[in-house]
Design a binder for this molecule. Sequence first.
Ligand SMILES: Nc1ncnc2c1ncn2[C@@H]1O[C@H](COP(=O)(O)OP(=O)(O)OP(=O)(O)O)[C@@H](O)[C@H]1O
Length: 267
Amino acid sequence: MSAEAKNDAVRTEALDVWLGGTHAVCGVTVAFAAGQTSGLVGPNGAGKSTLLNCVSGLVPASSGEVYLYGDRTTGIKPHQLALRRISRSYQGAQLVRELSAVDNVMVGDHVGLRTGLVSAALGLPRARRAERAARERALHALERVGLAQYAFRPVKELPYGIQKRVDLARALVSDPRCIFLDEPAAGLSRAEKEEVVEVLAGLRVEGGPTLVVVEHDMRVINQLCSDVVVLAAGAVLAAGPPETVLNSPEVVAAYIGRGSKEQVESE
Ligand SMILES: Nc1ncnc2c1ncn2[C@@H]1O[C@H](COP(=O)(O)OP(=O)(O)OP(=O)(O)O)[C@@H](O)[C@H]1O
């Protein structure tokens, strides 16, 4: 592995993923730089989620390698991501509807909540202190996404746009160094999208997390990302700054060729 690879939060080399009979990711070599906000885009079925799922250990690589911060992590188990301070959000905000926003965020605090099972079960002071601290971290994460006022409301009572931000707080709570965001703006109104962009842009501070954003809305990508990778039919079609990559004829053709309604959305 080259010395630069350590500066990459995520790097794949000749990665192949087969899902049943579908070659979903085809020999993908790609890197997302540490400390940056990068976009991963492409028409429906391009392989974006599969790539993210493979890097996160949710689906196995058929061949090739994955590196996270320079360590070879091919075949990593999803729960091991948290120990590497990497988290992700999911398409469709997968929250427990009956629980409050703050309880949902606490679920994301895998590292912080690792107190002994016995002390937790017996309600020992150490476990109670740990739970109080975890609750405070969860409240702070909700504040960071502008949702302090919704902390104790059951998620099922909250509008979808708010639920998406609760999911973002859940991804933030364990103080990750890298977050994979799977369509953070999907299904939101333009105003809600602007709120999400503002929250994510607020994370781009010195020492803030690396963000890898899968997103169909190119306005969101343009607003947030310093570089973008375009996948089409499982392979890398283009990579570079959004303003050059997204206007290149082959990228425009890939979107139009699929009759994709979300192409360069800029309503
Ligand atoms: N569980 C599965 N079994 C078989 N094929 C699958 C499975 N999941 C996805 N695929 C196929 O793998 C390819 C890549 O799908 P993937 O969901 O990664 O694309 P995507 O770029 O994330 O699409 P979208 O933007 O629509 O979410 C597609 O051809 C899809 O039909």
